[in-house]
Write a protein that binds this ligand. Structure first.
Ligand SMILES: Nc1nc2c(ncn2[C@@H]2O[C@H](COP(=O)(O)OP(=O)(O)OP(=O)(O)O)[C@@H](O)[C@H]2O)c(=O)[nH]1
Ligand SMILES: [Mg+2]
Length: 339
């Protein structure tokens, strides 16, 4: 690009601002090019049009971000397809997020029992957690990043198929601190809004903490206290099943571990059954291991059965009115005759 503003090569008007032929003003010179003047730096510092002011073309196609589903978006999904909602409950570092990461990892490899992966609306969120839980980074052992309290509650989606049946699982994950707070201050229980949607509420029990001499006394008490607080404050819907998932089984079943550790876990499971089963028929305990890093020999425990249970059709609620035993009108007695 030429920066000459005058067609006369001997004129240095561009530098000196004076016409070699003495024209004043300079643009009175016939050899002076007005067009080329535009090439001169005006000296203005105004920035060019910013990205924000340049109109961008949109095609109105909304891409699925595949992040965690937030509460506000959940209703739309639940209205579209019948879902089974699983709520994970547990104090900090109980293993909630690791369990989610493990489920994703297992379906990446193939079928789990009779269930195979169909799709997920939260693939990216699953993949991130799976990577953080299992990737060989510079850490000495695999670990999962803590779920932040600021994250609030988020939901993960898995669509699984068995034969001709497909099941949409929605699994919630939130920071353990929220559950700790709700246990000591029951006024906070209504803020655990995911519980009202639950078909299954899973309390994660850390087997390592339960058998640690320093923590076991407090942990035994606080664990059952949390279940009781949620039941007594009617936060768990009556239709929901309650599962206690004993996690980190690998830590109490190392070859060199004292067998008394596992016995202590089983004894506590029995105590929980005795305390809650009579009041909540759908109460049960199960043992799982979602990250066998302390004892590779044990492998992944109880996850195939867990998937099968979570995919079980929720018991249909009988909405028919009860027959009237001593109705005066024939019409009132009809229901009794039909049933
Ligand atoms: N050995 C072993 N470690 C586990 C297992 N499950 C979880 N962990 C570890 O326990 C720690 C806490 O696990 P998380 O999944 O982050 O626990 P969380 O319940 O999501 O915790 P918050 O997000 O703080 O509420 C991590 O370092 C995991 O690697 C397990 O089955 N075996
Ligand atoms: Mg977490």
């Amino acid at each position: 690009m030429s920066l000459n503003v005058c067609s006369n090569p001997s004129c240095d008007v561009r530098v000196s601002g004076k016409c070699v032929l003495g024209n004043d003003p300079v643009d009175a010179c016939p050899q002076y090019s007005e067009d080329d003047e535009k090439l001169l730096d005006s000296g203005d510092d105004e920035p060019g049009p910013s990205a924000a002011t340049v109109p961008t073309a949109t095609d109105n196609v909304r891409l699925c971000p595949n992040e965690r589903i937030l509460t506000a978006e959940l209703t739309a999904l639940r209205n579209r397809v019948p879902t089974h909602t699983i709520v994970l409950v547990g104090e900090q570092k109980a293993g909630k997020t690791t369990l989610l990461a493990c489920l994703y990892g297992m379906f990446c490899k193939g079928s789990v029992g009779e269930y195979s992966f169909v799709t997920s609306k939260t693939l990216r969120a699953f993949a991130e957690r799976h990577h953080l839980a299992l990737a060989k980074t510079r850490r000495a052992t695999p670990t999962t990043y803590r779920t932040s309290r600021a994250d609030n509650v988020g939901f993960f989606h898995l669509c699984l198929s068995s034969g001709n049946n497909t099941t949409d699982l929605i699994i919630s994950d939130r920071s353990g601190e929220d559950f700790d707070d709700a246990r000591v201050n029951t006024a906070l229980i209504p803020e655990l809004r995911e519980l009202a949607l639950a078909d299954r509420v899973c309390f994660l029990l850390d087997a390592a903490k339960l058998t640690n001499i320093k923590t076991r006394a407090t942990y035994r008490r606080t664990f059952s206290q949390l279940i009781r607080a949620l039941i007594d404050n009617r936060a768990v819907p009556k239709r929901a099943k309650i599962e206690v998932l004993v996690t980190k089984l690998d830590k109490v079943s190392r070859p060199e571990s004292d067998p008394a550790l596992l016995e202590a876990v089983r004894a506590y499971e029995k105590e929980l059954m005795d305390e809650f089963k009579p009041h909540w028929p759908g109460f049960a305990t199960y043992e799982i291991c979602a990250l066998p890093s302390a004892n590779h020999l044990i492998g992944f425990v109880g996850l195939q059965e867990l998937v099968a249970r979570w995919c079980e059709a929720p018991v249909a609620i009988d909405t028919r009115p009860l027959p009237v035993a001593d109705g005066l009108r024939q019409f009132d007695l009809l229901l009794g005759r039909w049933s």
